[in-house]
Design a protein around this ligand. Sequence first.
Ligand SMILES: Cc1cc2nc3c(=O)[nH]c(=O)nc-3n(C[C@H](O)[C@H](O)[C@H](O)COP(=O)(O)OP(=O)(O)OC[C@H]3O[C@@H](n4cnc5c(N)ncnc54)[C@H](O)[C@@H]3O)c2cc1C
Ligand code: FES
Length: 270
Amino acid sequence: MSLEKKRPFTVRIVENRKLSPSTYLIILERPNDFPDPYPGQFISVRVNDQTVPLLRRPFGIMDINSETMTILVKAVGPGSTILASKAAGEQVEMAGPLGGMPFSRPGGKDVVFVGGGTGLGPIIFCARSWKREATVGKMHLFIGAQTKEELLEGLYEKDFDQVYTATIDGSSGHKGNIVELLEEEIEKGGIPAAILYSCGPRPMIRALIDRVGPKFENHYTSLESVMACSLGACRGCTVPVIEDGEKTLRSVCMEGTVFRAEDIDWEEWE
Ligand SMILES: Cc1cc2nc3c(=O)[nH]c(=O)nc-3n(C[C@H](O)[C@H](O)[C@H](O)COP(=O)(O)OP(=O)(O)OC[C@H]3O[C@@H](n4cnc5c(N)ncnc54)[C@H](O)[C@@H]3O)c2cc1C
Ligand code: FES
């Protein structure tokens, strides 16, 4: 991917819809020359032109068409809160599509997606892309959140063959975490031996590896890591991996965001 493709674009916010107490669906205009992204790629957004916050913030692409692109934004700190407060018509600067390693295509196989929090965005993008390409078998979504409101029901059901939900407070679906629910469903025999794709908080991905990893043919995961340059230069976003028995570091922004889950060196990743 050339640097030309990563240059910043100034884009208008087309719509900002509050979906839950802390999550917003933000539709941005797509610049004419914005390249087609792959599932797993992201954009980085400069939320204002002040010195605080100085750095752009990364957000996964949830959807894109010829005119707009959509991201899910959870307000967790200063940058995401400023972005979440923007109204339609305001402009932001963004760069992308970023990320060197996309989710690998399932090639007609069944797929189990597991999403936590805003990890849902990249998963929706995968499901929609693959359905359009007709390169996928059945798609099962396991989605977990703290509360019913944060499950964002209504946003994604039509994209998947079957949806399973869990909330920590028990306000909707299984009471508990989503990995427990997946484990239970596997034990009942209702989940196919398929490819597992995950995106969400680090403890969720670790639990997937420990509790259900061997049940799947492959497990690909899109990682989040605190980013500064998003261009592979600062090495601030690296994760330790073991490849062919050798320990090394890989940047999430350029060599990810997608990794084979079993390659991640969890003992070294603090
Ligand atoms: C590749 C990638 C894709 C992402 N996609 C999305 C997305 O689609 N939607 C979305 O809402 N967020 C996404 N994030 C996370 C998002 O970038 C951060 O939440 C945001 O940068 C926080 O900025 P802030 O200034 O609001 O908060 P900060 O001041 O930077 O952080 C506030 C709090 O949030 C925690 N935090 C910050 N970043 C993360 C993170 N990546 N994971 C877990 N905790 C974090 C901090 O530890 C701190 O406690 C993504 C991150 C990466 C690396
Ligand atoms: S954020 Fe600088 S190398 Fe990834």
